[in-house]
Structures are given as C-alpha cells and as structure tokens.
Design a protein around this ligand. Sequence first.
Ligand code: 3PG
Ligand code: MG
Length: 407
Amino acid sequence: MAQGDLRSLDVRDQRVVVRVDFNVPLNKSFEVTDDTRIRAAIPTLKYLMDQGAKIILLSHLGRPLAKRLPDGEIDRQKFTLKHVVPTLSDLLGKQVAFYPDILGEEVGQKVNDLQPGDILLLENTRFYAGEEKGDPGLAKQMAMLGSVYVNDAFGTAHRAHASTAVIADHFDAQHKAFGFLMQKELDNAQKVLDKPQHPFIAILGGAKVSDKIELINALLDKADSLIIGGGMAYTFIKAQDGDVGKSLVEEDKIELARELLAKAAKQGKKILLPADSIAADRFAPDAQYKNVPSHEIPTDWMGLDIGLTARFEYADHLEGAGTIIWNGPMGVFEMDAFSHGTRAIAEAVAEATKNGAFSLIGGGDSVAAIEQAGLADAVSFISTGGGAMLELLEGKILPGVKAIQGD
Ligand code: 3PG
Ligand code: MG
C-alpha cells in the first residue's frame, strides 16, 4: 500500500494523534457558523473510532498570538477550541471530551484514561508560541501524546508548524498517515495538475495580483486559458493603458501584469479580462453604480464587479470546458449589488460541470460564493483549503504533506 495510507496502519487500541483543521468561523456567541471543515474530518474520525483507536485531536483556531487582549494575554475565551465541541459531538453522534491544555500531567492522565473509540480534543495548538515557529521541543512533546500520527489538516498543510509538520519526524512510515480528507484533497489537486481534460480553464479572482502571481505563472504552463476577475483585473487593465478610475490597482505590479500578458500571448494561451465592469461611486453596499467598459472607468469611480458583457463572455468561454479550477471571487460579492458577476460564474461552472467538466473550487471566498449561490452540490470538488490549495496548485510541496510522505 502507498506510503501515507491510513488503512495500512494498525491503530487498534493505539493512541492516535490526529491533526485536524477546525479553524472554523464563529459568531459573537462563539457558535460555529460554517461546519464544513469539521464535517470534512468526520470520515477519518469515524474510521478510527470503528477501528478501536484512542483518538487525541489537535487543531488551531484563528491567530491567538497575533490577536491578543489589550494587556498582552491570549484571549482564551475567544480562541478556545471548546467552541467546536457541540458541533463535533453532533456530527460524530458521540460526546467528545475536551481538555483546555495540550501538555502537562493532567493531559497525560486524560490520554491514559481513553478507551478504544474515545475522542479527546485538546486546546488550541497556537496557544503555545512554539507551534507557529515549528519548535522541535514542542513537537516532541506533542508526539509523546500518541504512538500513531494522522494528518488530516489540509487547510493548514502549507504551514511548517509543530503540530502539522515537525511532529511527524517522531513517527516512522508504519506509524503515520494522511487522513482521508487530506488524501482526497491531494488526489483532486493531482488530477487537475497531472492529467487535466482539455480545455483546462482557470478562473482567478480576488483583490490582489500579488497573491496570485505564482499561480498564474504555474497555470500558464498547464491551463489553456485564464479568466480574470475581481480587483486584480484592474492591474492588468491598467497594464493595457486602460483608464480604471479609482479601481484597486497595485502600481508596483503593472509591469509584471504586462509581462504575464506577453508570456501568455507567446505561449498561445488566452488571458481573458473583463470587457466591462460594474463601477461604483464609492466602496459601499448602497453606492451608485453603472455598467461601463473596463478600460473606460470614469475618474472618480471604481470597478467592483465584472460587467454584463464579461459575464456573458466568461460563461460562453466556460461552455465545453474539460477542467475548471476557480480561486477568488469576480467582485465584492459580500455586497449584494456587486455579487452578480461571481454568481454568474458560479452558475456557469455548475453548468459546465453538468456537461462533463471536472471543477475544483479552492479558496475561502470562492467556496463561500458557491455556497451562497446554492451550487455546492453542482461542482466536482470543493477544497477545505484556501492558502494550502493555492500553494498546491502553484506546484509547491506542502510541509504537512512532505512530513508524512517524504520528498
Ligand atoms: C486557514 O484557515 O487559512 C488555515 O486554517 C490556516 O490558518 P492560517 O492562515 O492562520 O495559518
Ligand atoms: Mg489562511
């Protein structure tokens, strides 16, 4: 069996440390508002329960060290993983135990008391400063919690942290594996990168070109065409000497945008830019807006969504696609007035999928957009990773993957 395969490990009666990504959104009452990531980890956890493993769960939640209380203390009330216990217990159909620490004697006691099939969730890994630094000492202590390590935290696989990567050094190939979610994410990304059905079309949006440069470069080699939307489109339009008014532009990336356009032309690849835009007189949900050519946005206006012609052209281009990847919204979709371009693309991706395309949606915002449009079931695969999927598609080897699989 392939290295990293969970089913090949002997986990019965073993203490299995499972790193999951339960970094989920919470409301003001600390209730989980989107359980996608928790739901996605259930198959691995159920399998381990059925196998009679004693399960110890590690995860981070948010960025507690960066968002401290005014007195410099960690905001334990806000960032405790205890918030996910009700949702996790519901989804598993079993009460999950929680302990508000990771290290120490009492944790050791709790771990020793575990019976086969029990699950113990420990506290936010990022309460320890060594987590994000990938501290070997912390990783070693975490590793001592169990005799087997399973990494199912795809959303955090691009971080070389103590609990996501360094910990794995303490387990040999017979004692560590990917969880089923991690494996599924890797398989789907590989499907797109290694043997895509053509035409292979990438849809890229979001605010900044700078976030997507490496992805664009990687995709120019693999994809047949790139559809561009969102704020990043205006840096490209400016690079073509368009008037973009007050639209978001990364001045220091204009030259690079020009180079990317030239590279695409040389490789015979198409980069599609929005012919028109919904321009607004200010950045607000109740702004005045109008449909204008993207190269002729009035001086004091800004493009906040792709326009009607662009939607039509993009949908037309997506017809008959073999493979589609989508990362980033086409406009400011959290504001109703500027959400229609993203929605139109969601519908076009769903339609192309119905007609046989394989569609992979990666990145928090595009996933939210697909869900908002009620089309989550109409695409082939929705990734639980934003940054992680982006880096994977850029062709990078993720630290969380390397730690299990080697180079
Ligand atoms: C995420 O949601 O992006 C992952 O859980 C990783 O979190 P991070 O971006 O704070 O490292
Ligand atoms: Mg992130």
